[in-house]
Design a binder for this molecule. Sequence first.
Ligand SMILES: O=C(O)CCC(=O)C(=O)O
Ligand SMILES: [Mn+2]
Length: 185
Amino acid sequence: MTGEALLPCDGTMTLTLDAVPDALAVFERLLAAIDWQAETISLFGKAVPVPRLVAWHGDAAYTYSGIRHQPAAWTPDLLALKNICEGVVHTRFNSVLLNLYRDGRDGMGWHADDEPELGSDPVIASLSLGSTRTFHVKHRSKPLKLAIPLTPGSCLVMESHWLHRVAKTARPTETRINLTYRQIG
Ligand SMILES: O=C(O)CCC(=O)C(=O)O
Ligand SMILES: [Mn+2]
């Protein structure tokens, strides 16, 4: 499988379509089997719901949205998807963050996955299942922007410090699951 290189400079993002066999069946199993968590973050002293459901699985604890997450165990599906990612990117991962976007009202704001426990130049493999959502990418200092449709079964490998987000949308939007495989510690 060869991927398409997306960035013109300062890092790489490579999109491989149809990396996950039986993507619809995997989506349905994860939707039903994962213990999806609703979380809140503290914003100016107010508890604000995170606009998506999340789960953290693997070998290492991880802090995001200001919350320390202990990992849940690997499952056969999560291990099979880890193997797919490791085949695409030729590196090892020890953890996965799962995000469930229930509909277009769920999203993820601009960020760069620059937490210290990811190391200085993290490699992240991001699998998409279910509904297609647009992934926005922008350079930190140059006027460069991209909008990439993340289709079900695709694998996006990110090795860059570009900012990215999944914007909320008013268009009718079905449920999407995203899995970002990471190496922590
Ligand atoms: O849902 C996505 O495609 C993006 C997820 C993401 O950027 C993250 O989990 O850090
Ligand atoms: Mn990210």
